[in-house]
Structures are given as C-alpha cells and as structure tokens.
Design a protein around this ligand. Structure first.
Ligand SMILES: [Zn+2]
Length: 217
C-alpha cells in the first residue's frame, strides 16, 4: 500500500527573480528575426553599419519596455506596507510615465498622479511609481492603464479611497493619424471616497492644483 507522506509538501522551486523578469533567449532570438524582416520589408539594407545590430538592440529594448508583463504590483511592493493611523490624503504627483499604445505600438508618455486615503496602512512612497511602471511597461490603452493602477493599489492597501489621474501625449496621434502635436489625453479612475464623496474629490483636485503640464512644464 502506498504510504502517504504528510511532510512532503510539493517542493516549489523558487525561481530567481532576475530571469523571470526577462524574455527567454529563444523569444529574443525570434524577435530579432522579426525585426530583421521588418527592416528588409521597409526597404532597408540590414547589412549597413548602423543597422547591423538594430534587431538585437530592438529586442533588448522591447524586453525592457514590456517587462511589466513579467511582474506584479504585489511583488514590487513587497513588505513596504506600514501600520499608520492617518486618514489624510496622500498624493504622489507628476510621476513620469512612458508606455506604448497597443493599437500602434508607438509610445505614449506623460504624467501620473496617484492619491489614496489610508485605512490603517500606508505604503512606501517610492513603491507607487514602481506600481505605475508595472502596468505602463506593457502594451496599453491609457484608460486601462489608469484603472489597473487604481485597482492594484485598492487591492494591496485596502484604503478608504484611491484616485489615479494620467495626462499623456500619444505619438500615434502626434506623428501620424490626426497629427495633433499639442493635444493630450486625461483619464482618471476614482475609487472609494474619491468616487462616492464629492467633497473629498474636490479636496483632491484643489491639492493637485493645475494639471496640464505633461512633460512640457
Ligand atoms: Zn495608438
């Protein structure tokens, strides 16, 4: 009869975090090949000096720019949560943001402003920009990016309220399409007290003061 060994918990091999955050060598190799084809298709000579290593450089850049797929908000926050009685609004504003639109794979960039109202816990302030990056370093639409940041903070911190406002320029609108160089897009996601209570939302907006700088201030 087979013996049940109670102590034998399934042994999970703990993956070292660095390689997990990177594309596999096989993926990088396939991306290099694809970029090589694209360069040929647009009429380039892939053997000339400036282009010879471009597929490799692009694959590496793409690895970095999409590294958010291989991270979670929980993971970047780690144990940087602290018990604290304050229930006043905390704002980290003007967080530089770089992402890529999923429709054109062109960059959009600007600023994120993140606010929350603690409910027993506060988060290490430097972790907020890192949460922004987890979701920005993916192919995105600005609307979803905004919601993902607020939902992640809501889940991790369980605060009384979360607000995320993003102002961004989209290169797919500036370089092509409608070719509007100075219009930018504002999105917001309000949860909890920021959503339910107009006074709290008003306080936030007055603390944020004039928005509308988006990288050109
Ligand atoms: Zn686009």
């Amino acid at each position: 009869m087979a013996k049940t060994v109670k102590s034998a918990k399934p042994v999970k091999s703990k993956p070292s975090s660095a390689p997990l955050h990177q594309l596999t060598p096989d993926s990088l190799e396939r991306i290099k090949k694809s970029i090589h084809s694209i360069l040929t298709e647009v009429g380039e000579d892939t053997t000339r000096e400036g282009l010879i290593d471009t597929p490799k450089r692009y694959a590496k850049a793409l690895d970095y720019l999409t590294s958010g797929y291989r991270k979670t908000a929980k993971e970047v926050v780690g144990d940087a949560l602290f018990t604290e009685g304050s229930s006043q609004i905390v704002i980290v504003r003007d967080i530089e943001l770089f992402s890529m639109c999923e429709h054109h794979m062109l960059p959009f960039y600007g600023k994120a402003h993140v606010a929350y109202i603690p409910n027993g816990k506060i988060i290490g302030l430097s972790k907020i920009p890192r949460i922004v990056d987890v979701f920005a370093r993916r192919l995105q639409v600005q609307e979803r990016l905004t919601n993902q940041i607020s939902e992640a903070l809501n889940e991790i911190l369980k605060p009384s309220g979360v607000a995320v406002i993003i102002e961004a320029f989209h290169l797919c609108m500036m370089m092509r399409g409608v070719e509007k160089q100075s219009s930018y897009t504002i999105t917001s996601s309000m949860l909890g007290d920021f959503y339910n209570d107009p006074l709290t939302r008003k306080e936030l907006m007055s603390l944020l003061g004039g928005l509308g700088g988006t990288g050109r201030r």
